[in-house]
Write a protein that binds this ligand. Structure first.
Ligand code: PHE
Length: 497
């Protein structure tokens, strides 16, 4: 294959652009979602109260990560990653289109569900194809993922600028319509350039008969499972839209948090008791549990970006650029994370290398602890801003800017090491499942973030500084405990670097 994309095979450009447009749509839509949910019916919104809206927001974002589990399974077992990406992109387009045109709240929620399923099919599998382009792995693959990650963040930076603008000029729903169009662009791009991917992700993995390396079994059993799952989901949707299953977003969100936490506990119990682990693997399993908790904790703060922090930007931040007579759309704040990632990721990479040269490279658990504490300190800034608001004035945008900067620094400490240690610390035969657990932790964090965001009361701004401080105490405290534990925990990792 001739190298034509920053010294990489042309196929990487196909995947880069697909993921860029997907993130563009995803983060662009997310930047306006909470505001649409709480906007009054007379202005074209859904007119929900904050508690319900933040719960729906949490369920939606948690869903997109959870859906990665069946999404990966469908690609591996049934249709291959390429077709999963096509199908996922088509569903995301359809879902956003439904958000734009649905006349009833019901149609809107179905649109959200369709997007969730689409992201679950597209996101994990497009990354899997990146890996598939470099069967030899190593430094070339790392470099490919670095480029791919830039694509993610170009999309993540531009989407939340363009979609809120579309909304500002063409109406509340137009933003969703624009999202649909951009995702469609991504899908068509993928379809017409997928030939550059070669064999990567074309087919599902062969399924071997038990105990045999050569005898293949047909996929009929997997297809049956697939259709049972799909039919059950369709049934739940039908019954709830007919009003037979009462849907209360807040209670659903709370129940889902317990279910996900319960799934994690059961899985780890199974892992330690029945998985036939060696002593070494058992010790590393403890590290996986600690990192799971750290991840869920971090994202339960970080992922309030699009809920409580967006509501703060909308209601209490002076977004008027006086000299331009232009009010910054609230959604624009959501592009800061990606912009900061692009600006500071190289700096962080340099810091880790410089520290490693001096043999000071912090261990993965230590980086997690620092990440959680940075997240907490971001909320300290919010507490200060909220104290000004409690005195009755709006604040300047710099407070939120600072919070998002600290949160991004936290992400840069925690997120890149997280997934890589999840694959390194698990025995080979469990790598796939452990990646699923990482996504489960992310999902749990997102859900809890929605529930915490629901605790803020727009009619009681006086309580706001204290509520932000609660998050600070909790996360800085637990971060400190993690830091103290990081030495013994690192010992448990053995020789894994
Ligand atoms: N923003 C990146 C993405 O969407 C990475 C990320 C994922 C960061 C999940 C936080 C949570 O892929």
């Amino acid at each position: 294959m001739s190298a034509t994309f920053f010294g990489h095979p042309r196929g990487l450009a196909t995947l880069f652009l697909t993921e860029m447009w997907e993130r563009f749509t995803f983060y662009g839509m997310r930047a306006v979602l909470i505001l649409f949910l709480v906007a009054s019916v007379s202005t074209g919104g859904l007119g929900l109260d904050d508690k319900t809206a933040t719960a729906i927001y949490g369920l939606y974002t948690a869903g997109t990560y959870l859906a990665g589990l069946p999404g990966g399974w469908v690609a591996d077992r049934l249709i291959g990653a390429q077709r999963a990406v096509m199908l996922g992109g088509t569903l995301i387009t359809t879902g956003n289109f439904l958000l734009a045109i649905s006349a009833s709240p019901k149609g809107f929620y179905i649109g959200l569900l369709v997007i969730v399923l689409g992201v679950g099919l597209l996101k994990p599998n497009v990354s899997a194809i990146v890996a598939g382009l470099y069967p030899e792995g190593g430094a070339r693959l790392d470099s490919a993922f670095t480029i791919f990650y830039i694509g993610i963040n170009i999309g993540g930076a531009l989407g939340p600028i363009v979609i809120p603008l579309a909304q500002k000029f063409f109406g509340l729903r137009a933003g969703f319509g624009a999202g649909a169009v951009f995702m469609l662009l991504g899908v068509l791009q993928f379809y017409f350039t997928r030939k550059y991917l070669g064999e990567a992700g074309v087919r599902a993995a062969p399924i071997h008969a038990l105990g045999s390396d050569t005898t293949l079994v047909p996929r009929s059993k997997e297809w049956t499972r697939f259709w049972i799952g799909t039919a059950s989901l369709a049934l739940v949707v039908l019954m709830s839209s007919a009003g037979w299953i009462p849907m209360d977003a807040l209670r659903l969100g709370q129940a889902a948090a317990y279910v996900i936490a319960g799934m994690a506990i059961l899985y780890f119990a199974y892992y330690f008791i029945f998985a036939d682990l060696t002593t070494e693997e058992r010790k590393r399993g403890v590290v996986l549990v600690v990192l799971f908790i750290g991840c869920a904790l971090f994202f339960s703060g970080f992922e309030q970006a699009g809920s409580s922090l967006t509501l703060f930007a909308e209601r209490y931040t002076d977004r008027m650029m006086g000299w331009l007579h232009f009010e910054i759309p609230t959604g624009w704040f959501q592009s800061l994370n990606s912009i900061f990632i692009i600006l500071f990721a190289p700096f962080f990479a340099w810091v880790w290398i410089a520290l490693a040269r001096r043999k000071l490279n912090p261990s993965a658990p230590a980086k997690f602890a620092v990440g959680v504490m940075l997240m907490g300190s971001g909320f300290l800034v919010m507490a200060a801003a909220a104290a000004i608001v409690a005195h009755g004035s709006k604040v300047l945008p710099y407070w939120l800017l600072m919070t998002y900067l600290l949160h991004t620094f936290g992400e840069l400490c925690l997120s890149p090491v997280g997934l890589s240690y999840y694959t390194k610390l698990a025995p080979k035969r469990f790598v796939g499942q452990m990646m699923g657990m990482w996504f489960l932790a992310l999902s749990l964090g997102n859900l809890v973030a929605g529930l915490i965001a629901g605790e803020f009361d727009a009619n009681n701004v006086a309580a706001m500084p204290g509520q932000f401080m609660h998050i600070v105490y909790f996360s800085v405290g637990l971060g400190a405990i993690l830091l103290v534990l990081s030495r013994p925990v690192k010992k448990l990792m053995g020789n894994v670097e």
